[in-house]
Design a protein around this ligand. Structure first.
Ligand code: PLP
Length: 402
């Protein structure tokens, strides 16, 4: 394959296999399990379309993402709408029987106002709750489940005949086993409390995500305590199965995987443009930037899956792989040791999460994405152009009147 670098390659077949793995581990224990794919992690339409074809749900956190999900073809009732930034699609989502999870009290008020407006039909919502799972993170999302706010929200919604059918929780920086054991235990307590207060059963329990996906050895050794899908399923689906064993119509269990589903199935292909030495330190200049790689770059040593050598390489004990931006912090890999030469093409793995969606229009436009499916390679995102980036700007001497 001779595509000009830099570019991403999306491995669709492996992505689908991973989706099925996660799904079947959970369903084997709790059949009423559904996946809602976190759009914000990587909303490439070709990726989201696969989720739709696999009968997954879309998990969105803005009107932009809600409209994207609809445009891709998700029926309104296959969309989970979360987050503090809901605009006009809050009402649209509820009226379309979407799964909307309330984040704060202004949303409670908006839902009540909507219910008053459409008195002839029942309005259904979920509530995102917040509690400490002991990971040292003071999360700001959702409604506090232990200071009376949850009861107040339920009472207010009840007054306007809103049916609270769902319970939602999500927290980041808590991927280990203990965090998940605590998460599901507390959620089931809160679910019982909500059902008692409301005198009806919940339709769904959505426990967000923040699970490890499958990691290659290079990444694995940089973490400790990595549960497998089977481990997560035993903890979460196992607790659900036990808790609702006697119940005929069990609540649907949702998780909202983003990185878990997508990260490992995007690779970035990037070329060595130059190697130089500055005061005895080696720098290899790449044709991408750390912004093409995403959050992983700053946290860990990114996995360099493969190098195609151009034929002029030398061995280096330590060379920093750096990007094209004019920022000193644009380091893709610190202290790389091995054979390297100008013209070599590196495949950097695990670049699917929070990469394309977070790439700013900084210095260079974004790069294209190709998809490998059934041995065939197609383009699923064109290279961004200078025109794309400057379209919103006004180029005349004066601005446009407002
Ligand atoms: C970001 C986010 C996710 C996805 O989290 P990952 O760690 O990428 O799996 C799921 N749910 C909500 C509400 C989120 O904000």
């Amino acid at each position: 394959m001779n595509l000009p670098t830099p570019y991403y390659l999306f491995f669709a077949d492996e992505f689908i296999a991973n989706y099925h793995d996660l799904l079947s581990c959970f369903r084997a224990i709790y059949p009423d399990y559904q996946i809602a794919y976190s759009f914000k992690t990587n909303y490439t339409p070709a990726v989201c379309r696969i989720i739709l074809k696999l009968n997954g749900y879309a998990e969105v956190v803005s009107d932009m993402e809600y409209r994207l999900a609809r445009k891709i073809g998700f029926p309104a009732d296959r969309i989970v709408y979360n987050g503090p930034g809901k605009e006009a699609c809050l009402e649209e989502c509820i009226l379309g029987n979407g799964l909307l999870n309330i984040d704060h009290f202004r949303e409670v008020e908006r839902v009540c106002a909507l219910a008053d407006k459409v008195k002839d039909r029942t309005i259904f919502v979920g509530i995102r709750v917040n509690f400490d799972i002991g990971n040292g993170l003071h999360s700001r999302f959702g409604i506090d489940a232990f200071n009376g706010d949850l009861e107040n929200a339920l009472a207010q919604l009840k007054k306007h005949s809103v049916n609270v059918r769902g319970l939602h929780f999500h927290i980041s920086r808590a991927r280990d086993r203990q965090a998940w054991e605590r998460r599901i235990a507390v959620i089931l307590d809160i679910a019982d409390r909500m059902e008692m207060l409301q005198q009806n059963h919940l339709d769904y329990i959505d426990i967000g995500s923040g699970m490890f996906g499958k990691l290659g050895n290079d990444l694995k050794k940089q973490f400790t305590n990595i549960p497998s899908y089977q481990d997560y399923a035993e903890i979460v689906a196992g607790a659900m199965e036990k808790h609702y064993r006697q119940r005929k119509k069990k609540p649907i269990l949702f998780t909202e995987p983003g990185t878990t589903l997508i990260s490992a199935y995007f690779s970035l292909f990037t070329k060595v443009l130059d190697i130089k030495t500055i005061r005895n330190k080696y720098f290899a200049l790449m044709d991408c930037s750390y912004q093409n790689i995403g959050e992983l770059c700053a946290l860990k040593k990114v996995p360099i899956v493969k190098i195609n050598h151009a034929g002029n390489e030398q061995h280096y004990d330590s060379v920093d792989l750096v990007g094209y931006t004019c920022l000193e912090q644009d380091v893709i890999y610190q202290d790389y040791s091995g054979k390297l030469g100008i013209g070599d093409i590196l495949e950097v793995g695990n670049t699917g999460g929070y990469s394309i969606v977070e790439k700013p229009p900084f210095i260079h436009p974004d790069i294209p994405v190709y998809m490998q499916e059934n041995g065939r390679i197609t383009c699923i995102k064109r290279a961004q152009t200078m025109e794309n980036i400057f379209l919103p700007y006004i180029f005349s001497d004066e601005g446009v009147s407002v």
